[in-house]
Structure formats: structure tokens, C-alpha cells
Design a protein. Structure first.
Length: 345
């Protein structure tokens, strides 16, 4: 019996609820104290004095949506971000099933503890993935303006969304559809300017987020380096042994998947049919492996790789089990991993 879309959605909800309950029982919930809820509260009250000293660094698109949810529902901001992340987790997994089928989607749901944890705790990845995948679906339907709007929205959630915009632009150039390209560029510029204006008003700096990354993460260095070098350097920094093993497995899986994409005829056939998706995967993978912050490039590799995971599953889909017992075992294991390191920090 094949996996259904309904199972994908049900699994998404069950894993999020289970993760939240376990964190609540064993530690405290929500667990993370920084910093999207503070930004959300700052947006609602237009008072940013409560933000941490590392800000502005995180892009604010996620917190703008959380502020809207908090204003409409009267929920505290710390729970509004969870509502956004958990609902977008379900939506992203549904969109994944529409793009690549329920089997790819169900493995996407269960395979990465950071993806599940992001939905449980109110992180940005589920919203980012939902916007990127929605833009892919719009591209497949040739709804170019909508695709540009969604990709631009992804960019103000996480800056890597620029790769989705670039992929759309290259596709329109390849098709010599200059009118739609101009419209897409105009939409991206409008979204970008609308995002930058508050940065200028609040901090006097249009690129306040970029400069925040430069100050806090890049330490004055160039943000990219030789591919894989920052990841390898980060592996030699001190972390828990069991976490090192899990991260190493993700790095090896990613590298193997990228090699398979480069040589696999079926993936090349897919890339010819859906070039924007392949462009995004290539751009994102190159940036992921080159991001010049060794500590975070290694420690958060399973988090940073999330938008690439559906492509990795797709290229190896013939080797992924279809047995529901195995799928659920992997999902429960990753829920446990997401909870365990909070119990034993």
C-alpha cells in the first residue's frame, strides 16, 4: 500500500505535537529564548529596545508574520512563532508531496531532527521551505508573478531565498520571456524595498541585517570559502560525540547526494524538465558547503541543509524503505534527538 498525502499531513501533526509534549514534560517549552519572539513583540509595539545585543541579524520576515498572528489571536509572541512554524511545517510537507510525491514527502517529514525541532520550537526553516516549495509549484504552473512574490517572501525570511529568485530569473532568461522577467524583478524590488525601509527607520541602516551577520557570524571575513573547507574545519571543534556522528552522517549523505545528482541520468532528465528547481538545488548546495563560519557550518549543518533535503531524498528514492514501521521509527528517533540534547545540554 502506497503512502498517501493524508498520511504525510497526519505524520507532520503527530510528530510536532509529540515533540512539544516531550519538551514540555522534560524541560520547558518553548525551549529557545532568542530571538524571533522578541522581534515579533518589537514589531507589534514598535519598540525594539528589548532585542538582544546580537540584533539586528536575523531576517525579520518570519517575525512579521508571527506579529500578525499574535495581533489577531492575542497569543503571546512566543506561542505565535510556534503557530507559524508548526503550521508551515505541515504546509511545506504537503507542498513537497505535490511536487515529488508522498514517499519523498513522508521521508522529508521524518528524516531531519532539526526540521522537526524547528516546527516544534518556532524556528524559521518551515516557513522558508514552504515559501520556496510554493514558488516551485507556481513555476511549474507558469504563474510567474506569484512565483516571484513567494521567492521574494522566502528571501526576507532567510537570505538564501535569493537563490530561488535567481533560479526563476535564469529560467525566464532561458525562455527569453523578458516581459515576465521584468515583472518578476519589479516584484522582488518592491518586496525588498518594503523590507529595507523599516531597517532604515529603526537602525538608520538599509543593510542592518547583513551588517549584523558580518559582525556576529563572519567576524569580518568573507562569507564564503572553498567548498567543504568550513565544514571540515568546524568538525574539529568540540561537540558531543553522539552529535558529531549524526552531523557527520548528514554531511556524508549530502555529499553523496550531490555526487549522485551530478552523474545520475534520471536527475538530469528531471533537471531538464524543471530547471528552476535544479538551479536552486545547485546554488543552495554550493553556498551551504562554502558558508565561511566553521562552527555553525558544522554544528548546524542538519539545520542549514533542510531546503536541500527533498532533492537528496529524490535522488536516492529507490533506496529509501517504504515500510511504515521503518519510517515511523526514524521519525520517533529524530523527535528523541531533538528533545535529548535539551535534557542533556
Amino acid at each position: 500500500e502506497t503512502i498517501s498525502v493524508k498520511e504525510v499531513l497526519l505524520s507532520s501533526v503527530v510528530l510536532v505535537v509529540l515533540g512539544a509534549l516531550l519538551v514540555k514534560l522534560l524541560t520547558h517549552y518553548p525551549y529557545y529564548d532568542c530571538c524571533f519572539q522578541q522581534i515579533s513583540a518589537g514589531v507589534r509595539h514598535w519598540d525594539f529596545r528589548g532585542l538582544g545585543p546580537t540584533q539586528p541579524k536575523e531576517f525579520w520576515g518570519f517575525s512579521y508574520l508571527a506579529a500578525l498572528v499574535a495581533a489577531v489571536t492575542r497569543l503571546p509572541d512566543i506561542y505565535a512563532i510556534v503557530v507559524v512554524s508548526s503550521s508551515m511545517f505541515v504546509l511545506a510537507n504537503y507542498l513537497c508531496s505535490q511536487l515529488w510525491g508522498p514517499l519523498v514527502a513522508i521521508w522529508f517529514v521524518v528524516i531531519d531532527w532539526w526540521y522537526i525541532d524547528g516546527a516544534v520550537e518556532g524556528l524559521t526553516e518551515p516557513l522558508f521551505v514552504a515559501l520556496v516549495l510554493a514558488s516551485f509549484l507556481a513555476i511549474r504552473k507558469e504563474k510567474w508573478a506569484l512565483a516571484a512574490l513567494l521567492a521574494a517572501g522566502a528571501t526576507v525570511v532567510r537570505p538564501a531565498g535569493i537563490f530561488a529568485l535567481a533560479a526563476l530569473g535564469i529560467l525566464l532568461l532561458m525562455r527569453k520571456n523578458f516581459r515576465q522577467l521584468a515583472i518578476a524583478v519589479a516584484i522582488a524590488l518592491v518586496v525588498g524595498v518594503a523590507y529595507l525601509i523599516p531597517m532604515k527607520l529603526i537602525y538608520g541602516d538599509l543593510l542592518a541585517n547583513v551588517h549584523g551577520y558580518h559582525r556576529e557570524d563572519w567576524s569580518g571575513s568573507f562569507p564564503v570559502s572553498i567548498p567543504l573547507l568550513p565544514v571540515i574545519r568546524g568538525a574539529f571543534m568540540s561537540h558531543r560525540w553522539w552529535l558529531q556522528i549524526l552531523i557527520a552522517a548528514w554531511v556524508l549523505f549530502t555529499v553523496a547526494g550531490l555526487i549522485k545528482m551530478a552523474v545520475d541520468k534520471r536527475f538530469w532528465s528531471y533537471a531538464k524538465q524543471y530547471p528552476a528547481e535544479a538551479f536552486f538545488a545547485g546554488f543552495f548546495a554550493l553556498f551551504l558547503l562554502s558558508y565561511n563560519v566553521p562552527y555553525w557550518s558544522w554544528l548546524h549543518f542538519p539545520r542549514f541543509v533542510i531546503p536541500l533535503v527533498p532533492f537528496l531524498i529524490l535522488v536516492f528514492i529507490d533506496r529509501f524503505p517504504r515500510d511504515r514501521r521503518i519510517i515511523w521509527a526514524v521519525g520517533l528517533f529524530n523527535v528523541a534527538v531533538g528533545v535529548w540534547w535539551k535534557v542533556r545540554p
